[in-house]
Design a protein around this ligand. Structure first.
Ligand code: SF4
Ligand code: SF4
Length: 367
């Protein structure tokens, strides 16, 4: 991890917290912090990704602004996390582009992919792209050729997987732990799947003030499981197509459609709630500089759900072709930007939880 301004500030703040330790029971960050006396840039990178931004320690802190020490752990870690997304990303230049213009890059990418698919669809003979047709197996491939969908799909999904794997490797090499065995992996997985830490001590997060709320946890649950259900719908569709020879669009009560509809509705509810919360967030703990990148991923996620539901509603009409092109454009843009957006925090946070689980039996230093 490079010695950035945010990393230096995180080290300063962690040294104060390590002497104070008032927040020791708040989250996984503070017990992990107590294992160290000195903090390297890699250590603060790990702690920043272990933080889930509940803001509890900010509203509880007697040294928070206007105190002259200006301790602000959530804002410091939020800025440092953004540095880590750029630091570990592959290729690094792509991350810098996304950090500067997240919303514009995402929408431009979605529009570009949709345009390629629209052109491929328009090249079909006899106006097939805009012709109304019954919802029958293979109808999607009548409006946009299968090869066009496969080429852009495999290229963008394969790129996203490779870039995320490289990012995870870079993070673990720099800020991971040695000797994370099966028990540690099991504990970390449990934390990820239950989003346990977002529950705080049972009262949830401090969204905007000293008041606790479970709203953020439930919205994250909706987004996480909505996304996973949509992904399961895509995988099921792939199995149907590749191994069973059943071609899309599928009936309303088929597994891909049911999984995608429930997942899309959850994703839409979760992202809509998070966008609304981000608009009124306390700027003291939610740096304005991160607003664009925060909104970019939420907008892309909500558009992917919305365009999927619109496509479902327009099947069988002359608008099915354009709706399919736009939906695929948004989905593939989401995949390509995944390794550089806030979504990559899910990967780094999972690895940070793994290091925490691997170090669970280490003895804290004296404060
Ligand atoms: S955030 Fe403030 S109160 Fe909490 S441990 Fe750090 S210095 Fe102490
Ligand atoms: S903001 Fe929440 S999760 Fe992050 S360090 Fe503070 S208490 Fe822990």
């Amino acid at each position: 991890m490079r010695a950035t301004e945010a990393a230096a500030e995180a080290r300063r703040v962690m040294e104060i917290c390590n002497a104070c330790r008032y927040c020791e029971g708040f989250c996984a960050v503070f017990p992990a912090m107590t294992l160290k006396r000195d903090f390297s840039d890699a250590d603060v990178s790990y702690l920043a990704n272990l933080c889930h931004g509940c803001r509890g320690c900010y509203y509880a802190c007697q040294y928070a602004p206007p105190h002259e020490w200006g301790v602000n752990v959530p804002a410091t870690f939020a800025l440092l996390r953004t540095d880590t997304y750029a630091e570990y990303a592959w290729p690094p230049r792509a991350a810098a582009l996304f950090q500067r213009n997240g919303v514009v890059v995402s929408l431009a990418l979605a529009a570009a992919v949709a345009l390629v698919l629209i052109l491929a669809g328009l090249a079909n003979p006899g106006g097939a792209f805009t012709a109304a047709r019954p919802v029958a197996p293979g109808a999607f491939y009548d409006v946009i050729p299968l090869w066009a969908m496969q080429v852009v799909g495999i290229a963008s999904f394969g790129f996203a997987l490779a870039a995320m794997a490289m990012g995870a490797r870079n993070f673990w090499r720099d800020a991971g732990a040695r000797g994370a065995g099966p028990v540690a992996i099991g504990l970390a997985l449990w934390d990820v799947l239950t989003l346990r830490n977002l529950g705080g001590g049972g009262n949830g997060c401090n969204d905007n003030s000293e008041r606790f709320s479970m709203r953020r946890r439930w919205l994250h649950h909706a987004m996480f499981y909505g996304f996973m259900l949509c992904f399961a719908a895509t995988c099921t569709g792939f199995v149907y197509h590749a191994f069973l020879g059943w071609h899309a669009p599928y009936p309303l009560l088929s597994a891909p459609v049911v999984l995608g509809t429930v997942g899309g509705a959850l994703l839409l509810a979760g992202t809509g709630g998070m966008i609304a919360m981000r608009q009124v967030a306390d700027p003291a703990v939610n740096p304005r500089a991160l607003l664009g990148a925060d909104l970019a991923v939420l907008v892309l996620l909500s558009l992917s759900a919305l365009t999927g539901l619109v496509l479902l509603a327009l099947r069988g009409t002359g608008a099915m072709g354009p709706a399919l092109a736009v939906h695929l454009g948004v989905i593939l843009a989401l995949f390509v930007t995944l390794p550089y957006s806030r979504m990559i925090h899910g990967v780094y946070r999972g690895l940070a939880l793994l290091r925490r689980a691997a170090e669970r039996n280490m003895t804290p230093t004296s404060g």
